[in-house]
Write a protein that binds this ligand. Structure first.
Ligand code: ZN
Ligand code: FE
Length: 754
């Protein structure tokens, strides 16, 4: 007989790991114990024959529960403990190797969903039903080890019925920390905006109110949603009015996958993602005959759908006659999603007609994740269901990377893993920065990180995240590293694919360049010997700087001036409504022309995003940006219906003169002009990248940045790159847009330091 002590790290707490270990050990006749330890890992003491123990370790690796993810098993020969049986011991605060992590939130599992509607089940119609395979995790956890007392469920002492299940190693709810029932667990209450309680079944009443056309704030897992009937155009219009949200698409929740398929095309991989335990919003192509109101996603060819992922959602649809709800995060523009009951009443006054709230605290605000399939899976927003899962990181350094500004996240590295935070939002808002500061502290705590080797920020001098990084570096005496935005974008792809060198094509809106200009259409070299810009879209003027993002006609003027057009004559001829595209019309245009003339308040830019925005104005597709990426996204929707024509884009000394295509496309049909502009941009960027790859002898070409969500541009670049025998890479795990910047910053820091 021999004795071994195993320390297992990875995602092993909160996923039914101990009962699995218990069952396996007992079935092999092994003695000893299993217990959770304070860093999120699991310790197993085993006594038995060498053969049985080997068999055990084998089963551990191959048969562990679906949500468990073993990253490391440390095995040590120890002196016998003389155990008479195998037991599950009480958790210990002691730290192990510090490589473990709590699991992400998991959508309700099939077994629980079935029990929810089984009249003989004690949790019949109880929305907080969970088991070890499903339910909230990250959103309710305050500290490790992952035990009930360290979650917001500690405020709900278990009744005897739940306690018995919780303590029975053979029960599906054994140590399911959020386990509860109607007698002991959280409860929903339906309120009026004046905080009056509405009697009766709160969820049933809420469903009926939604059917009647009311807007109901619904508190869920990671935050509060605004829910309403998505099949009624008037109701959707009312929600838009109240939120002051004119154009931005709304996320939808459908009763089931069949409902989604009624309105949108769903590929096999999209269906898998929709049904996965992560339950993200998936951006799908609308069907031609889609009967849903146009105002859900004006001017776009896509709809964002998700499936119910909590008991609450299943119950709402159970009581509702509508099969599609709008389920949008409840927040004022650019503010963090509301998670707190009292805040909900304050901030959603005049927006929500009723409030369906529960009394369990949300510890970690976590928005719904957003996924789109463009050359494989692309994460637009990495949040609920993904966070806090790590990715492999090639160095043991401890970095804190603060990201950029829009769609921000931060990332931490430790012991060869990188942990990107959940989606934080627009970090130009102080409320979001406060959220970031709190979340940094929380991540440090649950990851047991007490010191940094470096703190990393974007080069932008006025980003609040850069300021925060500088303050921290100063206060802690830790080196501050500044990484240029587009190198970080490419770094995020290289991290995922474990690349040491690459030619990067970074296409996005704006990022602060090494020379102080506004970059965004870049070909970059990232290799051990060389890290520099290789080529780019030739600079054009962005009169008004940031304003050009909101009024893309400003970017169009910059491009026209560059190609020597008489701006007013051109606009009169081709953009007849131009006077209405600026808040102050003709007067404003005079100022813009003066600005461009003498270079005042007119940064130079190589932005691909602003170029696409300008084409969007030129073709009459969109002339204002009411949400991030709007003009370019609408342009893509138009382009998908077009044909391609040949145009000439001059490239001189690795500079791409994109503006030159304007006179060439202006007389084409709108959709053809749109597609031609897309293809011209993709071809020109690919040409410069391929040239760079051949010159440097680099085989890998990486594409990233917000424009990498564009299917036309991504597939065209891929086609060109591969036709030259080069390898093509995009992100699948880290967002391609600015939500992925922080992870890329950490990787570039690694490349620079190694
Ligand atoms: Zn379950
Ligand atoms: Fe960016």
């Amino acid at each position: 007989m021999v004795s071994y002590l195993l320390t297992v790290s990875g995602v092993v707490q909160g996923v039914g790991f101990r009962p699995f270990v218990y069952r396996t050990a007992v079935s092999l006749g092994l003695k000893g114990y299993v217990k959770n330890i304070g860093d999120g890992g699991v310790e197993i003491f085993l006594e038995g024959s060498e053969g049985k123990i080997n068999e055990f370790v084998d089963k551990l690796r191959r048969e562990s529960p679906p949500l468990a993810k073993i990253s490391h098993i440390h095995i040590e020969n120890v002196s016998p403990g003389n155990y008479e049986e195998f037991v599950i011991e009480k958790s210990e605060k002691r730290e192990g190797e510090g490589l473990s992590i709590i699991p992400p939130d998991v959508g309700i599992c099939d077994k629980c969903a079935k029990e929810l509607f089984d009249p003989t089940n004690p949790r019949y119609l109880y929305p907080f039903i969970v088991c070890t395979d499903c339910g909230p995790r990250f959103t309710i956890i305050e500290d490790l080890p992952y035990d009930r007392e360290n979650t917001s469920m500690r405020e709900f002492p278990m009744c005897n019925f739940c306690k018995n299940e919780y303590e029975d190693p053979l029960n599906r709810r054994y140590h399911a920390e959020p386990v509860c029932c109607a007698r002991c667990g959280p409860q929903y209450t339906l309120y009026t905006p004046g905080r009056e309680k509405i009697p009766g079944d709160p969820i049933k009443n809420a469903a009926n109110l939604i059917d009647e056309g009311y807007i109901v704030a619904v508190k869920g897992i990671g935050g509060i949603h605004l829910a309403c009937d998505a099949t009624e155009e008037d109701v959707v219009a009312k929600l838009r009015r109240r939120l002051g949200r004119e154009q931005q698409p709304f996320a939808l929740m459908a009763r089931n996958i069949e409902t989604v398929k009624k309105y949108a095309h769903v590929s096999k991989e999209e269906e898998e993602e929709l049904k996965s335990y992560r339950k993200p919003i998936v951006l799908l192509t609308k069907k031609e005959n889609c009967q849903l109101p146009k105002n859900l996603a004006p001017g776009l060819h896509t709809l964002g759908f998700m499936l119910p992922y909590a008991g609450t959602h299943l119950l709402l649809f159970h009581y509702s006659s509508s099969s599609v709800y709008v389920m949008t995060s409840a927040n004022r523009p650019d503010m963090p999603m509301v998670i707190d009951n009292e805040k909900a009443f304050q901030e959603l006054q005049g927006i929500a007609d009723y409030f369906l709230l529960h009394n369990r605290r949300i510890v970690n605000r976590t928005d719904d994740s957003v996924v789109r399939f463009v050359h494989g899976r692309a994460l637009v927003r990495r949040s609920r269901g993904f966070v806090p899962l790590p990715l492999e990181f090639p160095s043991k350094a401890r970095y804190l990377a603060m990201g950029a500004e829009l769609m921000n996240s931060f990332s931490m590295t430790k012991k060869g893993q990188i942990y990107p935070s959940q989606y934080m939002g627009n970090a130009s808002k102080l409320e979001v920065v406060e959220f970031i500061k709190r979340s940094v502290e929380h991540f440090k705590k649950i990851l047991r990180i007490d010191a940094w080797d470096a703190i990393i920020a974007d080069k932008h001098p006025t980003y609040l995240t850069s300021k925060f990084a500088a303050e921290m570096s100063e206060a802690l005496g830790v080196p501050l590293l500044k990484i240029q935005h587009h190198f970080a974008h490419i770094g995020s792809v290289m991290l995922e694919h474990k690349l040491q060198e690459a030619i990067g094509i970074a296409l996005d809106g704006v990022g602060y360049g090494d020379d102080g200009a506004v970059w965004g259409g870049e070909v970059l070299i990232l290799s051990p010997g060389e890290m520099r810009r290789y080529g780019h879209i030739d600079y054009y003027s962005l009169p008004g700087g940031d304003l050009a993002a909101y009024y893309p006609i400003r970017a169009l003027v910059g491009l026209l001036v560059k190609s020597g057009e008489n701006v007013i004559d051109f606009l009169e001829k081709y953009v007849p409504g131009w006077r209405n595209m600026l808040p102050h019309g003709e007067k404003e245009m005079e100022i813009i022309l003066k600005q461009v003339g003498n270079g005042i308040n007119t940064p130079q830019s190589s932005s691909a995003g602003r170029f696409l925005d300008a084409i969007s104005v030129l073709l009459g597709v969109a002339y204002r940006r009411t949400y991030e990426g709007e003009p370019a996204m609408k342009l893509e929707s138009v382009a998908l219906r077009g044909a391609v024509r040949d145009v000439e884009v001059p490239v001189r000394q690795r500079r791409i003169y994109m503006g030159e295509i304007i006179p060439q496309i202006v007389n084409m049909k709108r959709d053809t002009a749109a597609l031609t502009a897309h293809m011209a941009l993709a071809d020109a960027m690919a040409t410069v990248a391929i040239e760079g790859a051949e010159k440097k002898g680099i085989k890998n070409v990486c594409l990233s940045g917000g424009v990498a969500y564009n299917s036309i541009i991504t597939s065209q670049i891929e086609k060109r790159v591969k036709s030259y025998g080069l390898k093509f890479f995009v992100n699948h795990e880290i967002p391609r847009g600015d939500n992925g910047i922080s992870a890329g910053q950490a990787y570039v820091a690694y490349l620079l330091e190694n």
